[in-house]
Design a protein around this ligand. Structure first.
Ligand code: NAD
Length: 396
C-alpha cells in the first residue's frame, strides 16, 4: 500500500509526512517541486528556522525515527504527464494533497501571480482527481487541505460543510464554499467544488479539510533533530498573522494591530492539524463516516488583539518587552466581526486538542528566540512592497 503526500516539502506537508510514516509500515511517497523555497527567495526573505535539503531530512527521519518507508519524487503536479506517471507507477490508496501556492497576498501582487496561483492550484487538483479516475483508482481516499477562507466571514455561525438555504418557502442544503476573498482563497473554493463533482461523477471518497490559520514551529517528530525542522516564514507575503507578530516581537518591534482588532479569525496548531491529516490518511475505508466529508480543521476563532496580547504576555517569559500598538486601519473590514465556526466533526477525529494558543505561542517563541539574528537580518520583509518595487523598477 502507498500513501501519497503532495506538498511534502512544505510547512504542513513535511511534519504530516513524518507523522503518517511513523504510524504505518506502508510506503509514504512524498512529492514536491520546491516552489515554496523559490517564492520566499523571490521576495527576498527566508525561513527563520533552517530548512534542510530533502535528502538530509530523509536521512534524519531514518536515523532518529527509524523511518525507512519514506521516499521522495521531485515534480510539478500542474504537469498532467507527471501526475499520470506517479499514479500509474505507485497506485496510491490515499492521497493527502497539501501542495498549493498558499499565500493570499502573493496571489494579489499582480495579474501574473494571480494567474500562476490559480493555474498551479486548480490544475494540480484536477490532474490528481482526473488521474485517479483515468487510472482506475477511484477507491483511493482523496484528502485535501482547503481553507476556512472559503466560507468568507458570514454573520451566522459557520457550519462544518454546507448550509441549509430557504427561498420562497423551499429548503435545500447548499455547499456554500465560494465566499473567498482573495485569488488564492478562491482556488480552494473551486477545489472544494471540483472535489464534490469528482465524488459525484467518479465516486472518489473525499475528505475536504478546511484548514484554519496554522500556528506552531514543532511537532513531536520534528523536535527530535534540527534537520527535521519545518519551515517558519515571517515576511509579509508568507508569514501568517500570528507568526509575523511573534517574529516582530522577537526582533524588538511593537506588534501592530489595525484599528480595534476585535475581528476573530480561525486558528489551529500545527500539532493538531498534522494529527487530523494523519488520522484521515490512516483511516480504514470501512470506518469512514461518509464518502464526501467536510472537516473544519480549527482549534478556535481568536481575535487579532488577543493574538497580540498573548504574544506580549508569553514574551515576558522570554525577556521580550512587547508593546501592542493600535494603528488606523487601512483596510475596509469589520474590526469587530465575531466569527463563530463549528468543528465537532474535526474534534471527534483528533480526540482532545493537543495544543492551545497560549502553549503554541510558547512553542513559537522558544524556537524563534534561537533564530533572532535571521529575523533581524530580514526585518524589512515584515512590510509589503519589496517585490512590487522591484517589478516597478524593471518596468522603468
Ligand atoms: N499554513 C496555513 O496556515 C494554511 C491555512 C489554510 C490552508 N492551508 C493549506 O494547506 C496546504 C499546505 O500549506 P503550507 O502552509 O504547508 O504551504 P507550503 O507552501 O509550505 O506548502 C505547500 C507545498 O506545495 C508545494 N507545491 C506547490 N505547488 C506545487 C506543484 N505544482 N507541484 C508540486 N509541489 C507544489 C510547495 O513547494 C510547498 O512545499 C496548502 O494547500 C494551503 O493552501 C494552509
Amino acid at each position: 500500500m502507498t500513501i501519497l503526500v503532495t506538498g511534502a516539502d512544505g510547512y504542513v506537508g513535511w511534519p504530516t509526512s513524518l507523522r503518517i510514516a511513523k504510524r504505518t509500515d506502508d510506503r509514504v511517497l512524498l512529492v514536491d517541486n520546491f516552489a515554496r523555497r523559490e517564492w520566499v527567495d523571490e521576495i527576498g526573505s527566508t525561513s527563520a528556522t533552517p530548512v534542510h535539503p530533502i535528502e538530509s531530512r530523509l536521512d534524519a527521519a531514518e536515523e532518529t525515527h527509524g523511518l525507512t518507508n519514506l521516499s521522495f519524487v521531485e515534480g510539478d503536479l500542474a504537469d498532467k504527464d507527471f501526475v499520470d506517471e506517479i499514479l500509474a507507477v505507485h497506485e496510491p490508496d490515499t492521497v493527502v494533497h497539501a501542495a498549493a501556492q498558499p499565500s493570499a497576498p502573493y496571489s494579489q501582487i499582480n495579474g501574473e501571480r494571480a494567474n500562476y496561483t490559480q493555474h498551479n492550484n486548480l490544475q494540480s487538483t484536477r490532474n490528481l482527481l482526473w488521474g485517479l479516475e483515468e487510472h482506475d483508482l477511484t477507491d483511493t481516499h482523496f484528502v485535501e487541505t482547503t481553507t476556512t477562507g472559503v466560507y468568507g466571514a458570514p454573520e451566522f455561525p459557520i457550519p462544518e460543510g454546507g448550509a441549509t438555504m430557504e427561498n420562497q418557502g423551499e429548503r435545500d442544503d447548499v455547499p456554500f464554499p465560494a465566499m473567498a476573498g482573495s485569488w488564492y482563497h478562491l482556488t480552494k473554493s473551486h477545489d472544494a467544488a471540483n472535489m464534490r463533482l469528482a465524488h459525484q461523477q467518479f465516486d472518489i471518497p473525499v475528505s475536504d479539510v478546511r484548514t484554519a490559520i496554522v500556528y506552531g514551529t514543532q511537532t513531536e517528530e520534528t523536535r527530535a533533530d534540527d534537520r527535521l525542522n519545518t519551515r517558519f516564514d515571517f515576511d509579509y507575503y508568507f508569514g501568517t498573522v500570528a507568526h509575523r507578530f511573534a517574529a516582530q516581537a522577537v526582533a524588538g518591534y511593537p506588534v501592530t494591530v489595525y484599528g480595534k482588532g476585535e475581528q476573530r479569525k480561525p486558528f489551529i496548531s500545527l500539532e493538531d492539524s498534522v494529527e487530523g491529516l494523519a488520522q484521515l490518511a490512516l483511516t480504514d475505508p470501512a470506518d469512514r463516516p461518509d464518502d464526501h466529508v467536510v472537516y473544519n480543521q480549527v482549534t478556535r476563532a481568536i481575535s487579532i488583539v488577543e493574538i497580540a496580547e498573548t504574544i506580549a504576555d508569553v514574551g515576558d517569559d522570554y525577556g521580550l518587552d512587547v508593546a501592542v500598538e493600535h494603528f488606523q486601519n487601512p483596510r475596509d473590514e469589520d474590526e469587530t466581526h465575531k466569527m463563530e465556526i463549528e468543528q465537532d466533526r474535526y474534534d471527534a477525529l483528533i480526540g482532545e486538542q493537543a495544543q492551545d494558543f497560549q502553549s503554541g505561542i510558547h512553542d513559537v517563541l522558544d524556537t524563534l528566540t534561537d533564530h533572532a539574528d535571521v529575523i533581524e537580518a530580514h526585518e524589512d520583509r515584515f512590510l509589503p512592497g519589496v517585490l512590487e518595487d522591484r517589478l516597478e523598477n524593471e518596468k522603468d
